[in-house]
Write a protein that binds this ligand. Structure first.
Ligand code: API
Length: 288
């Protein structure tokens, strides 16, 4: 056995627990097993781990790998993106940052008042790339429900990708459901071959949505940036809201603007650096 030391910065975006591990100048090879061990250790628990790796091209600050606390990978993490953008801007003294993720390039910039805006790119409604197991003709036709067929508790979500898969169920009261019970069932429903982030969304005005999220690979979180984007886009597409809305999560509000000119979704919100630390995780020695 060997026990590499992993240095981290514990941050959060609206209470979404983010651990930043900077491997831009470190050759440590993280495995999903190590990620789970870091998540289980006392001070380094997290919802998502943002791993910074050396950039592959000029003009990019870092390649980013995003892990959930169960060791699985994701293509997007909006709240984590604001955290790493803040760190890079502090480091460079600049007012913008660019990252490469599994889902593509990610730009972020200083929005003033301690807030950061992340360009989350365009939403994707294509069932094959969300991905869903089968086509659905529009957002109403998806065969997905919890509860008996004649009186389902939840049904007919909107589904889309923001670089990661999301299903949004429209409800009158987000507090009326036990998301910790139904979340895992929906996350692992066969219609989502790569699982999905599950949201309950309550539209409260033309400019406001209240949201609770059960995250794929992480469970209930205080906030999920990509889910806020997905809910805002889905609500505007259903003509329930304008394209610019405030999405309020248990951790607080995010501003979401689905920009008309280029279809990109802009997310604006806060970030926080809590403390720095290091953790040693025992791993099987690499094969000789
Ligand atoms: N908390 C994140 C999303 C994490 C993504 C993840 N749970 C998945 O897609 O597997 C956010 O702020 O967007």
């Amino acid at each position: 056995m060997n026990a590499p030391t992993i240095r981290y910065k514990k941050m959060n975006g609206l209470g979404n627990e983010i651990l930043v591990v900077d491997l831009r100048a470190d050759r440590l090879a993280l495995t999903p097993e190590m990620v789970r061990a870091v998540a289980a250790a006392p001070r380094s628990g997290f919802d998502q781990m943002m791993v910074l790796l050396p950039p592959r091209a000029q003009g990019i600050d870092a390649t980013v790998r995003i892990y959930n606390n169960d060791g699985s990978l994701s293509g997007a993490c909006g709240n984590g993106a604001r955290c790493i953008a803040a760190l890079v801007m502090q480091e460079t003294g600049g007012s913008a940052a660019t990252f490469e993720t599994a889902a593509g390039l990610l730009n972020a910039w200083d929005a003033g008042d301690g807030l950061i805006t992340v360009d989350m790119g365009p939403p994707d409604f294509n069932w094959e790339t969300i991905p869903l197991a089968e086509e659905f003709r529009d957002t109403r036709a998806i065969e997905l429900q919890i509860g008996p067929i004649d009186a389902p508790i939840l049904h007919s979500p909107s589904a889309l990708s923001m670089g990661n898969p999301h299903a949004i169920f429209w409800v009158d009261d987000v507090e009326a459901y036990d998301l910790s019970k139904i979340g895992p069932l929906l996350e692992n429903h066969p219609v989502f071959p790569e699982r999905a982030n599950i949201s309950l969304a309550q539209v409260t005005s033309r400019e406001a949505i209240t949201l609770k999220v059960w995250e794929r690979g992480a469970g209930l979180t205080r906030a999920c940036g990509s889910a806020a984007c997905a809910a805002a886009v889905a609500a505007a597409r259903k003509k329930l809201t304008e394209r610019a809305v405030t999405v309020t999560l248990p951790g607080g509000p995010l501003r979401i603007d689905w920009r008309e000119s280029d279809d990109h979704v802009l997310m604006t919100g806060p970030w926080e650096l809590e403390y720095e630390g290091a953790v040693s995780v025992e791993t099987a020695a690499p094969a000789a």
